[in-house]
Design a protein around this ligand. Sequence first.
Ligand SMILES: N[C@@H](CCC(=O)N[C@@H](CS)C(=O)NCC(=O)O)C(=O)O
Length: 235
Amino acid sequence: MAELRTFHLPGAWGLVTLSPFCLKLDAFLRMTGIEHEAITASTPFGGPKKKAPWIEYKGKKMGDSTLIIDFLKQEFGKDPDAHLDARQRATIVTMQRLIEENLYWVMVYDRWARNENWPRMKSTVLRDIPAPVRSLLAPYARYAVKKQLAGHGMGLHSTHEIESIARKDIDALAALLGEGPWNFGEQPTMADATVYSLLANILFVEFESTMKDMIRIHPTLTAMLERFRARFYAE
Ligand SMILES: N[C@@H](CCC(=O)N[C@@H](CS)C(=O)NCC(=O)O)C(=O)O
C-alpha cells in the first residue's frame, strides 16, 4: 500500500474525476510525480470535511485540495511553481479564488440545477452509490446543492445573470493566458492545472453548459486545455 492515498469522486468521458478540486490535486500529483495510490470514492462523506478530495498519509486524513497541495509541496519538496516570482504566485492565488470561489458555482448550477443535466448527473457523479440508496439520496443531494447555491449567492441570480458572470470570468482567464503556451511562459504551473481542473470539467464532459461556447471562442485557451490533457492525461 502506498504511503500516500488520495480519494477522489468518480470520473467519466476520459476525465479521471468529475470534481474540479479532485482533478486539480490529481494534476498536481502528475506534474510532480509524487508516488501515491488514487482511490475512487462514491461520495465525499469519507473525507474529514465531508468534501472531496481528501488524503490519508501517515495515519492521518486531510481535506481541501489547496491545503493538501501546500502540505505535499512541503513534505515532498516538489513545487511546480518554485521558479515563479512573488507577483506570479499572487496571480495564481487570485486566479484560484476566481475559479474555485466563483466560476465553480456556475458549473455546479449547470450540473445540478438545470433539469436537462439531472439524468446525466445521476448516472455519472452519483453512479457508484448502490441503486436503492441512490434513489433516496439523489433528490436529497440535489436539494442540498441548490441550498448551497443559494447560500453562496450564485443560485439567487437569473440564468441570464449567471451567464454574464461566467463570461466575464472566462474572458479574464483567456486574457491572463495571453498567447500561451502556458500562463507563465514555457512551463506549466499550478495556474494551468487550476484552469484545467475546472474548464476541462466544462468543455470535455457531456453536461449541457453555455460555458462551452464561452471557452471555445478563445482558441488559445482551448489549445492550452488540449495541451494540458495531452501532456498529463495522454492515456
Ligand atoms: N475547498 C474545497 C472544496 C471541495 C468541494 O467542494 N468538493 C465538492 C466536490 S467538487 C464536494 O465534495 N462537495 C460535497 C458537498 O459540498 O457536500 C477543496 O478545495 O477541496
